[in-house]
Design a protein around this ligand. Sequence first.
Ligand code: DAH
Length: 358
Amino acid sequence: MSALDRVTNLRKEAQDAVGRADATTELDQLRVRYLGRKAELPNLLRRVVELPPEERAAVGKAANEARQAIAAQIEERAAGLAGKELQARLARDRVDVTLPPDPPPAIGHHHLISQTRREIEDVFVGLGFMVHEGPEVETAYYNFDALNIPVTHPSRLETDTFYVKPAEDIFDPNTVLLRVHTSPMQIRVMEQTPPPIYVIVPGRVYRPDLDATHTPQFHQVEGLAVDTDVTLADLKGTLLRFARAVFGEQREVRLRPSFFPFTEPSVEVDVSCFHCVDGVTASGERCSLCKGTSWLEILGAGMVDPNVFEYVREHGYDPERVQGFAFGMGIERIAMLKYGVPDLRLLYDNDVRFLEQF
Ligand code: DAH
């Protein structure tokens, strides 16, 4: 076979192979096979001088053209294949971000304080009460004055109340403070709505205390019912329903005389202990929950003091015409009693080993 025929054959063979290649790795092999340092075609080109003079020009030209044509075809084919391979890899690697993670993450739940707050709300909503919320930053007027709390009351001191600005005069009704209880909302609700009203007010309150039973921020639920012919019996019946809904249908409640500036008469309300019988547990020991008394104090309450109505008389609250009862309870206290939480601070540590239990 003449050198020229050999070049023609090599060119055809290489171009057929390149045309059939369908992977860039295969093209790399063909490039080495036909154009590499030890390949036949480049070798032939290098040894053109050894040919008879009349053949040299034609063979040299043909071999050169063949080499360029093969190289160009490899480049072109490589570009096309690289694009196709990239598309295939992208399709293969596509991540479906809508798939659920594996393993699925644990589903959370409401904090014990939120659960308890909702439970309390449900009971009173079932009794026809509305749920209102109010400002945590209050004035002394709503927090103290309009609730008939005298200027001499110790809770007004800076040791018992967080004042927002260093109080020039803590007895100024416009002094701004963090509310120490939810009771100021009694006044705000009555200013906004004429009687009859039946409301509860859950929310945060603040006091400068920190120990096993006090945190500087905690939660209360205030209750206020004002209507004509409201009596202490209505208060007791309402709280009995509440106590049974939260602590069990066997419970009783007991009212003990007490004092709050904004109620008259005032009472402390106890619920019968759900952990023992007459102060003695099933295993015959003195009950640690009620300290053997068989009663648990759950809240303060009373009949709205007529002096309080005087502050909202112009909004429809004539103390000669309407009566009301009010109560206030600590949400943390209810939760701790119900679930046997020994230290209030556990509720705020955010340790999942504790929170998971509820
Ligand atoms: N505000 C009182 C406190 O924080 C609780 C309270 C007692 C609220 C009697 C009332 C009530 O509405 O009638 O200690």
